[in-house]
Design a protein around this ligand. Structure first.
Ligand code: ZN
Length: 681
């Protein structure tokens, strides 16, 4: 599971105290288009690693980038072909590159790169090009016809008509992940996790025939496969493995993982890298579980990484993992904070406001650390998370623990890039609240991530026999809500002062205000007029905020509302009248959502999501959009990576690696397509 920055626009209020930036002149800003800003991130402490560790990061970065094509294909069956075609047009265009059509074309290509395909990374809506279909067809006609990226047996005319429909017809493949439970979410989602003609009912029947309700250690069914229908109408899994689907990319990944294994820090790390390689070879999910356990139990290594089919947000049924890689190393100083939290994990579990029968008797090794990202890839690039907690398998988490990380250099880059953007003045109700946020939002935001990842997701348990997928399409939303509520509840707990993590019992109010403001209002900036809230993390935040707004009516001292939406000068503001009462509400909702999860109560979960998480007040939505439009703050941000260059001795052996940031966004994307595309060669 992963946690995105709750509100990009809010985390700009840092004082210098939390800043580990190494180069005061580091330029975070890279590019700006559509609703996106592209940043670069620093990698503090890279120079303090040993040469061997730096070489390992170089090898792992290669393994990371070699998987890029996989996520493109998972996101849609035509994405790789479209990318090749667009890049050819982009490189060969000889006319006026400032013309309206070309500018619109360039914007579209930048969006497609950012989405790893033709759908928006977050809303999953298909991008609508602002250049004409005629322009598109004319450009294809001028290309060297022998170099067109035709699929097998396809003529240029067929390609033009097929891709033309897919790119320009809004009714074709409109959404990558459709979560509207009243429809067949498999048949209506454009993602490539299921082949043609496969229905939701068939997939559900297929998996329930595999699942044994008495299996205490079930594999993550469907994690690494695409389901297709054969000519007799039977479902079959095409497994992602070296001799299977995505084989050429997986072979490259294995090649670089072998190299990384050769410079691993210790035997434990070597062993789990080998186990990961074995899994990539066989595609056996039991081997993946073995790897996950070994990986979760390795808390000693400095350099660490994820490389595989991990998060299932892109699959409407939440089964199959999107390919991603995340190379990182430990930030020793900031990790002291998370080590204190995880050392006290049992105390937090025992005092949580949920029914004791849903609590975990013994919280198993929640290991938490703060890391610096060194390379982002696949589903974690260019848009990326600020916190991760893995593995996702419920029984492994319960029996062997999980690793939770807060990603400091990414959080920091967000903060550094948003100084002075005017958000506070526009949306925060008063000066006192603004000041509190200036002082405490950075640290409480980081703590919220720590608590969400290292305690929230790891807390609680399912009752025996409850299917971990019982909450179906609402599973992600409710799981994120559970982790957020756990974090919010404890952020206000005197225990944090006692542990020396916070120095002011009022500090939590900064995060509470931000959370409510974001959930009730400002995150609507990410939604097109007329649309509902769809993405799981956004639904979770609105669910919590709207539920607290409603259940706090007249519940504060003097019969006031705990939280209210109030008008000032014609503008709407969030006003919190009673912070301790708001904490109680968070605790109450946590207890209910834990019950829903523990009992697998789909109906109650569905009711919560439908009532609080989905619908938007159109008037307020318009107001938020118009207030934002005056600020010029991009709703979404992501990153390009640094480049690691090997250093060799006179015999040609790689003995070290250097880091640099020479590229802009277009240069990086074109280089990746040129050098790291094993599925399109
Ligand atoms: Zn999460």
């Amino acid at each position: 599971m992963k946690k995105f920055i709750p509100s990009l626009v809010m985390s700009m209020l840092i004082g210098v105290q939390a800043n580990a930036a190494e180069d005061p002149n580091f330029n975070y800003h890279v590019d700006r288009f559509a609703d996106i800003e592209v940043l670069r991130y620093e990698v503090p402490e890279f120079q303090r690693l040993t040469p061997q560790q730096r070489v390992m990061i170089y090898y792992l970065s290669q393994a990371a980038q070699m998987g890029r094509d996989i996520i493109w294909d998972q996101n849609g069956a035509y994405n790789l072909q479209i990318r090749q075609l667009l890049e050819q047009i982009y490189s060969n265009y000889n006319e006026d590159r400032e013309s309206k059509d070309f500018k619109a074309f360039e914007k579209y290509l930048k969006q497609v790169w950012f989405g790893n395909g033709i759908h928006h990374h977050y809303s999953t809506d298909k991008f609508q090009p602002e250049f004409s279909r005629e322009f598109f067809e004319t450009q294809i006609a001028t290309l060297d016809q022998s170099k067109l990226p035709l699929s097998e047996g396809q003529t240029p005319a067929e390609m033009i008509s097929t891709l033309g429909e897919i790119i320009f017809n809004p009714a074709v493949m409109p959404k990558r992940v459709n979560q509207d439970g009243t429809q067949d979410v498999v048949a209506t989602s454009a993602g490539n996790y299921y082949g043609p003609e496969v229905t939701q009912a068939e997939v559900e029947a297929y998996y329930s025939s595999l699942k044994d309700p008495n299996d205490a250690t079930p594999v993550s069914y469907g994690l690494n496969s695409k389901i297709v229908k054969d000519k007799d109408g039977n479902l079959r899994e095409e497994v992602y493995r070296v001799n299977g689907l995505y084989g050429p990319a997986i072979a490259e990944i294995i090649f670089w993982l072998e190299k990384a294994k050769g410079v691993a820090e210790n035997d434990a790390q070597k062993t789990w890298i080998q186990s990961l390689i074995n899994y990539y070879i066989t595609g056996d999910l039991r081997t993946f579980d073995e790897y996950s356990i070994l990986w979760a139990e390795d808390t000693k290594s400095d350099v660490d990484f994820v490389n595989g089919f991990i998060e299932s947000y892109g699959d409407p049924l939440g089964m199959t993992g999107a390919w991603e890689s995340y190379v990182n190393f430990k930030n020793a100083k900031s990790s002291e904070r998370t080590e204190i939290i995880s050392a006290n994990a049992q105390w937090f579990e025992d005092h949580s406001p949920v029914d004791p029968k849903f609590r975990r008797d013994k919280v198993k090794g929640v290991s938490a650390k703060v890391i610096n990202a060194a390379m982002l890839a696949g589903d974690a690039f260019p848009s990326t998370a600020i916190g991760i907690n893995l593995p996702n398998s419920n029984w492994i988490r319960a029996a062997h623990g999980s690793k939770s990380v807060t990603i400091e250099n990414i959080t920091e880059a967000y903060d550094m890039a948003s100084h002075g953007n005017g958000f506070n003045a526009e949306f925060v109700i008063d000066d006192a609240t603004s000041k509190l946020m200036d002082k405490y939002l950075y640290i409480t935001d980081m703590l919220h991530t720590d608590l969400h990842e290292c305690l929230g997701h790891g807390s609680g348990r399912l009752l025996p026999g409850v299917d971990p997928d019982a909450l179906k399409e609402h599973g992600s939303t409710l799981e994120e809500a559970r982790a957020d509520l756990f974090a919010l509840y404890y952020l206000a707990d005197p225990k944090l002062i006692e542990l020396g993590i916070l120095d002011n019992p009022e500090a939590y109010k900064a995060e509470y205000y931000k959370y409510m403001l974001n959930g009730l209002m400002t995150q609507l900036n990410r939604i097109e007029p007329g649309n509902d809230v769809e993405e799981a993390h956004m639904r979770n935040r609105q669910l919590i905020a709207q539920w607290a707004l409603k259940h706090g009516k007249k519940q504060a001292a003097g019969g006031k509302d705990v939280v209210e939406l109030t008008k000032k000068g014609g503008k709407t503001y969030v006003k919190i009248n009673d912070y301790p009462a708001l904490r109680k509400l968070f605790g109450k909702l946590l207890a209910e959502i834990q019950r829903v999860k523990s009992e697998g109560d789909y109906n109650a979960g569905n009711a919560l999501v439908q009532e609080y998480a989905v619908k938007v007040d159109p008037k307020l939505h318009n107001e938020v959009l118009s207030r934002f439009s005056k600020l010029d703050i991009p709703p979404y941000r992501g990153f390009i990576n640094p480049i690691y260059t090997p250093v060799t001795d006179e015999k040609g052996n790689i003995i070290d690696a250097t880091i640099s940031w020479p590229e802009n966004y277009v240069e990086q994307m074109m280089r990746l397509s040129r050098d790291y595309s094993p599925l399109t060669k």
